[in-house]
Design a protein around this ligand. Structure first.
Ligand code: IMP
Length: 429
């Protein structure tokens, strides 16, 4: 069962780190295929909490080779900062591989992110400010800097000059900022080159050869389906393909080599940043989910917007990713609620929608149609089999399964790594 993709099925922060950790020692390679240090995985191992932004979570599993694929954008300062921080805690990072075709987030990518957000004013996206969008914009405009460019100073300088030519005009004349110096950028990038060199590889070749040997490769999606640049709530999205298709383009591994596609979602919904979210709760129920679920961003610390489970979003995620399994996380956060509403369809100006409306105005106008399920009061964190769950919790999970289009194979019942119920094995079940 070698090729497994793990994607977020909502707006991110679903607990993908926990799902990766669950597969842990059984995975030979964990490859990140999109996004950059806008992500944030929190993994709790042996009572220690690790907040990873750029490093694949496989870095914490001994014996697993972490890979940064070509679809990722890399801020080298952040990469080495994270490596230093976890090495200090005794984690070995020497196995890590980085694609020579991955793009670099430069100083000017970060500057452009911040100035454009400010310029957009009330139309801002609410980005993480890490330079993600501008780095991908440069990639698509064919003026990006790739990892491999760092090892040819002349070529690098030429490319940085080309990339800055237009941007400096914009910065000075439109945004009233100082121009960015080519030398400064080039020197900064070159300063990382010696440390980066031993990690750089043709990661597409490495991963395909691993699959040929029957080894297991986990493709770890950053962000989530509803933040995907093509399939998410555009323009309130990130700038990469977070959905399952991105795993192929972002690593150089073809779709026929993928055996499982696992969607991770919470037993309720959260979102950070701007954009529509039909089930958002602006009342005490939302506050309760935020407080009990500790819903604050790992990367920016922003409070997350909270709401009930949205089965229309789940069904859409099932469809656009071709899911084989769901991992349902944070069921324990719902313990103590008398009734638990689940959004089963939308009302858009009087018309019932079973499927997600694709245009921005219709989705923005979607009003959830709820069905309420009976809650439970028993502590469920000790449950290890489905039968250990109270009857009402079992009915809630089965109801979600019925309206979401795919089986719920794993259920998270608490924050610890062993606080899970496994109904079907993600690799062989
Ligand atoms: P960017 O990825 O920094 O450009 O931000 C674009 C949108 O994606 C914003 O709404 C961010 O809050 C959101 N976003 C980016 N990364 C994550 C993540 O890992 N979890 C949740 N939201 C994210």
């Amino acid at each position: 069962m070698p090729g497994v993709i793990l994607v977020g099925a909502q707006w991110g922060d679903e607990g993908k780190g926990k799902a990766t950790d669950l597969l842990g020692a059984r995975v030979d390679y964990v490859v990140k295929y999109n996004g950059g240090n806008n992500a944030g995985h929190t993994v709790v191992i042996g009572g220690e909490t690790y907040a990873l932004h750029l490093l694949p979570s496989g870095i914490l599993s001994p014996g697993c080779i972490p890979v940064i694929g070509n679809g990722v954008v890399i801020d080298l300062g952040v990469l080495f900062g994270e490596i230093d921080a976890i090495e200090k805690r005794g984690v070995d990072t020497s196995r890590m591989l980085v694609s020579s075709a991955a793009h670099i987030i430069t100083q000017y990518s970060r500057t452009m992110d911040n100035v454009t957000e400010r310029f957009l004013g009330s139309r801002k996206i609410g980005t993480t400010g890490r330079g993600i969008g501008p780095a991908y914009a440069d990639k698509i405009s064919r003026v990006g800097i790739r990892v491999g460019d760092l090892f040819d100073e002349e070529l690098l300088r030429e490319k940085v000059e080309g990339a800055l030519e237009q941007k400096n005009h914009l910065l000075v004349k439109v945004y009233n900022r100082r121009a960015i110096s080519v030398d400064e950028v080039v020197d900064n990038l070159l300063s990382h080159a010696p440390r980066l060199a031993p990690m750089v590889a043709d990661t597409s070749l490495v991963l395909n050869q691993a699959l040929d040997r029957g080894e297991t490769v986990l493709f770890e999606g950053g962000q989530a389906t509803m933040l995907d640049v093509d399939h998410g709530t555009y323009p309130f999205v990130t700038s990469s393909n977070a959905t399952a298709g991105g795993a192929c383009t972002g690593t150089g591994v073809g779709p026929t080599r993928i055996n499982r596609v696992v969607g991770v979602l919470k037993a309720y919904t959260t979102r950070v940043g701007e954009g529509p979210m039909p089930t958002e709760l602006l009342d005490a129920s939302g506050e309760r989910l935020r407080a009990v679920g500790h819903e604050y961003g790992t990367t920016t610390g922003r409070p997350r917007r909270c709401g009930w489970y949205d089965a229309v979003v789940a069904r859409y995620a099932n469809r656009v990713n071709g899911l084989t399994d769901f991992v349902l996380t944070k069921l324990d956060v719902l313990t103590g609620l008398e009734k638990i509403p689940v959004c089963v369809a939308y009302d858009v100006v009087g018309v019932r929608h079973e499927e997600l409306p694709l245009d921005q105005s219709a989705f923005g106008a979607a009003v959830p149609i709820y069905e309420a399920f009976e809650g439970w009061t028993e502590d469920i964190t000790g449950a290890r089999t489905f039968e250990d769950l109270p009857a009402a919790a079992q009915r809630y999970v089965l109801a979600l399964e019925a309206v979401s289009g795919c089986r719920m194979s794993v259920i998270g019942v608490g924050p610890g790594r062993d606080e899970i119920v496994v109904r079907h094995d993600l690799l062989v079940g």
